[in-house]
Write a protein that binds this ligand. Structure first.
Ligand code: ATP
Ligand code: MG
Length: 387
């Protein structure tokens, strides 16, 4: 049996001249998502009046298709459709066939007529189909809160009828907003932050700082799994692992305890920026929220951010911890993040970390360090995984 899906996008429609670039990326991503979920052979895809029409000519599994489409950023909703000629009787038959297997008491019909040459207005179609459903199926019309809505889209050459509309992931197609270097720890927050950047069309490379061999390899295994989980949205990724123990030791030996965490973070930013510039990423990203822990005060964020001239994106800034956790569950990173690991930042954690660091104090403390040599050393030791 052949299956046809209509996929609707929203914001791409606003991109004017760039629209075709967005549409191409969207179709490319739809194929990648289907392939990643084992849908084979791939459908024929084409753009039809600000929609993507996906036609599966071979037998295909609707559950796999729908799972794949749900992960594609850029889609607001999609549905398996019945395709018929632009003929009122044919549309009626499709509508009755679509509603027949569904259980409901009240319904509405919503018609969109993109093809203005079609002889009937949207309202004519709604009234005609509504009357047919009342007569044949003995159901009630309810326009404000129907149990079910049957959608009819009249386009240039065909009409499409569907009642099972599935919400999409929203956002913009991954690959249309440029590249970001995301600082990924093994915790709950940073994978969720990366998710939000992917949702807005960015691609992410990941950078992780670890204290191996002073801590075990758990955090590295976790970030690898987290990046793989996020591949659900971006299909492949680079993960850069930075051995950070030597830099931490230099800081511990040469600088005041209370500034340690802020100093670690400044080195993370320097390394992330250097790698970002090399790999043509245009921003850094962290999972910081505001006021969540001592290092996440405005003062400390400012002092940390002062070492880079790249934009530092913090998509979680306004989210509460419970909102972040709920999102982590939804995107499948929770079960990975929840496993215990040794955090590079908690190594040699001071008793009283500074809450409102001052830039001049921090810069003075760093005078005891050979910053350039430390960054060069760590940079040389980066190991990159292709996932
Ligand atoms: P998360 O849940 O993401 O670990 P957190 O609540 O533990 O965040 P912090 O430990 O203050 O908060 O870290 C803030 C952000 O700094 C993290 O979200 C991450 O982006 C970055 N970060 C912290 N530690 C590391 C690390 N070892 N490697 C890479 N990035 C890190
Ligand atoms: Mg953490």
């Amino acid at each position: 049996m052949s299956l046809t899906y209509i996929c609707h996008y929203s914001e791409i429609g606003l991109k004017g001249k760039n629209r075709s670039v967005f549409e191409k990326q969207l179709m490319h991503n739809i194929k990648r998502a289907l392939r990643a979920n084992g849908c084979d052979p791939l459908p024929h895809l084409r753009i039809l009046d600000k929609r993507v029409l996906a036609s599966f000519h071979q037998p295909a599994q609707s559950d796999l298709i729908e799972k794949s489409l749900s992960d594609v950023f850029g889609l607001v909703h999609f549905a398996q459709v019945r395709q018929v000629d632009n003929d009122l009787e044919a549309i009626k038959e499709a509508c009755l066939a679509e509603l027949e297997p569904l259980s409901f008491d009240s319904f509405a019909i919503r018609t969109k007529r993109a093809n203005k040459r079609f002889a009937y207005t949207s309202n004519d179609v709604n009234v005609f189909l509504g009357a047919a459903v009342v007569e044949k199926m003995n159901k009630k019309v309810n326009l404000s809160a129907p149990d079910i809505t049957c959608f009819v889209e009249v386009l240039d050459h065909h009409s499409f009828v569907y009642a099972r509309k599935i919400p999409g992931a929203g956002g913009l197609p991954v690959g249309t907003s440029g590249k970001i270097m995301a600082l990924l720890s093994g915790g709950f927050d940073s994978p969720v932050a990366a998710y939000f950047a992917l949702k807005r069309g960015a691609t992410c490379e990941f950078i992780h700082f670890h204290s191996f061999p002073y801590t075990n390899k758990k955090s590295q295994e976790k970030v690898k799994e987290l990046a793989l989980q996020l591949n659900r949205y971006q299909f492949n990724a680079k993960l850069h692992l930075v051995p950070f123990a030597e830099t931490q030791e230099d800081i511990v030996l040469n600088c005041p305890d209370s500034l340690r965490v802020v100093l670690y973070r400044r080195f993370m930013m320097r390394l992330a920026e250097k790698l970002a510039r090399k790999n043509k990423a245009r921003a850094l990203l962290t999972g910081e929220s505001l006021g969540q822990v001592a290092s996440q005060t405005l003062a400390n964020m400012g002092v940390v951010e002062a070492v880079t001239s790249l934009p530092v994106l913090r998509p979680l800034v306004g989210l509460d911890k419970n909102e972040i956790i709920a999102k982590a569950r939804e995107i499948g990173t929770y079960d990975i993040s929840v496993r215990p690991h040794d955090d590079a930042c908690t190594r040699f954690m001071p008793k009283h970390p500074v809450i409102h660091a001052r830039l001049y104090e921090v810069e003075k403390a760093e005078q005891a360090l050979d910053i350039e040599a430390m960054v060069e050393r760590d940079f040389r030791n980066i190991e990159t995984l292709e996932l």
